[in-house]
Design a protein around this ligand. Structure first.
Ligand code: UT7
Length: 323
């Protein structure tokens, strides 16, 4: 049996810090409200000349360094993003060329909003398990600041830019134990960006290409859904809640994270929390959190990691990983 193992992790946050206090100057909000309701203290904003590819390439290079591999060792690039550089080529193809990954490797984007990294990880895992690739670069990268309505206090305080990546390698021992993906397109009105190219350029006016969210309704569905996927993931592996060493959740809101930890009976010391430092970076948030806890030495080889995400679509998913 061939498994996919994490060989290296990397991440990148743009230099520009936007604090809650700065947002107080843009919309009717307060540092106190943002911290109490979301746990977010600050977020990063990509420079004007930085795109999704640029963020992703730095995170990917760091993951390759950590893995001790060269770009030419990579067979497959899968990027989760909802803020790509262009309509096409895919940003994964741009990253392939930018990093010098050999022509002929496979590279493509997956679109699952905040669940993008978990969806990308699932796809890469299947490639490796079925012999379609030996070494994969799986990335979550976003420039959410480009689709934020900076006049909408219900959303602009929540999101930020960033990128995270993992290098996966085929191995005889697990590795990724299982992945679980789901979607429900019936709730698209609760969280979306209402414009896309197929509607034509004439439909693109003002704020139409900006993120819209009915936050409180999304919150309730997210808490319910993430509670269910925790059970689904553990049941599929015949494991107990107490077996999980680290919860690495999508970083959208500290209260959603706390609710999932409670469902697992896991103390917050075993939950990787980075939402305070970078807000909701959509598909980048899980690999950013994972890389943080790997690099500061909290996550150790052999430990059991539960990754879970929820986002626009709705989409949601999880991965159980023996690190
Ligand atoms: O990653 C994809 C999935 N996304 C999420 O998981 C996000 C899920 N949603 C959330 O995180 C939360 O719902 C929010 C943080 C967006 C909002 O928190 P909430 O506790 O659900 O607040 P609410 O929407 O029920 O609003 C409560 C009050 C309202 O005022 P009134 O009607 O009670 O007078 C809002 O207008 O808070 C007000 N409010 C704000 N006040 C200050 C909303 N945004 C702000 C703000 N600053 N930025």
């Amino acid at each position: 049996m061939t498994y996919a193992r994490i060989k290296g992790t990397g991440s990148y946050l743009p230099e520009r810090v936007m604090t809650n206090t700065e947002l107080e100057g843009l919309v009717d909000t307060s540092d106190r409200w943002i911290q109490e309701r979301t746990g977010i203290r600050e977020r990063r904003i990509a420079a004007d000349d930085q795109t999704c590819r640029d963020l992703a390439m730095i995170a990917a290079s760091r993951a390759l360094d950590a893995a001790g591999l060269q770009p030419t060792d990579i067979d497959l690039v899968v990027l989760g993003t909802c803020t790509p550089d262009r309509i096409f080529p895919s940003t994964a193809c741009l990253i392939q060329a930018g990093l010098g990954i050999h022509p002929g490797a496979v590279a493509f984007d997956v679109s699952a909003a905040c669940s993008g990294f978990v969806f990308a990880l699932d796809v890469a895992n299947r490639f490796i398990r079925t012999g379609g690739a030996r070494t994969a670069l799986v990335i979550g990268a976003e420039t959410m600041s480009r689709i934020i309505d900076w006049n909408d206090r219900g959303t602009c305080v929540l999101f930020g830019d960033g990128a995270g990546a993992v290098v996966l390698e085929a191995a005889d021992e697990a590795g990724i134990l299982s992945t679980h993906l789901h979607a429900d397109g019936g709730c698209e009105d609760l969280l979306n960006v209402p414009w896309g190219v197929s509607q034509g350029q004439d439909a693109l006016q003002g704020s139409q290409a900006k993120l819209k969210m009915r936050g409180n309704e999304v919150f309730k569905v997210a808490v319910r859904t993430l509670g269910r996927i925790v059970d689904e993931t553990l049941d599929a592996n015949g494991l107990e809640k107490a077996d999980v060493d680290w919860l690495i959740p999508h970083q959208a809101n500290i209260r959603i994270i706390q609710a999932t930890a409670k469902k697992l009976g896991l103390p917050m010391e075993q939950v990787v929390q980075t939402v305070g430092e970078h807000g909701n970076t959509s598909a980048a948030s899980i690999p950013l959190a994972l890389d943080t806890a790997v690099r500061d030495g909290r996550i150790q080889p052999g430990e059991l990691l539960l990754l879970e995400a929820f986002g626009g679509g709705f989409t949601w998913g999880s991965a159980l990983i023996r690190y």
